[in-house]
Design a protein around this ligand. Sequence first.
Ligand code: DGL
Length: 264
Amino acid sequence: MDERPVVFIDSGVGGLPYCGEFARILPMESIVYVADRENFPYGPKSKKELSDLLAVLVARLVVRMDPKLVVIACNTASVSALADLRAAFPNISIVGTVPAVKPAALSSKTGRIGILATERTISDQYSRHLVERFAPECAVEGIAAPELVEFVENDFIASSRAERESMASNYIERFRALGVDSLVLGCTHFLYLAEEFAKAAGGDMKVFDSRAGVAERAASLLQARGTTGERVLYVTGTRPLEESWHRFAGLFRIGSCLLLDDAR
Ligand code: DGL
């Protein structure tokens, strides 16, 4: 038995669907979700800035929570900082989240796949290497969608289904016009609109994400299991928590939602 928590990290609410999938597979694990709201959004930051700020955050969490596993539930953070984090914390298993290029390339008939992500993810060499390795025969179209990150983080809870559908179909049409028939949701925030994307894509475009793969990978690395199923969401920064945070936490059956600086 190992009651230490599995810690999930994202810039905001994006990693919660990943955490939800992990909790579905292993409901008795203790989970700490950390939304780095103080540094949101990650997408416009440089690789160096992200690597530095994540090293500081992970160091704090290691001291305070002694995690048995860390999941970077954010594509932008993973492509930018995973290698540096693994080098800085060699005794901790760190699972990253990167665009699901492989299944998208395998499924494409037109040989054109799309990646919807942040500018940072699209431009990083990690993503280029993923394409070279897993989609060498494909043409890849990347579209950066910082406004969709903001929409999910700030407006999702109050949004209507029609607003969400219009957001998703807007991007689907742009990819369709480029001849894309396999689309990768390469930002964890976009999973909140997974149903809307699938609906807009219809029968002729398939939409892929890495949620199941990341949750399974994390589960496979655990050497000993937890028994409490305790779940806490922490938010960085000092701004008081808005009601929306409690509603996001509620969506994933997370009991407490606290400011990290207030936590002991
Ligand atoms: N959720 C993050 C990702 O998967 C990015 C959001 C942000 O820009 O902060 O890339």
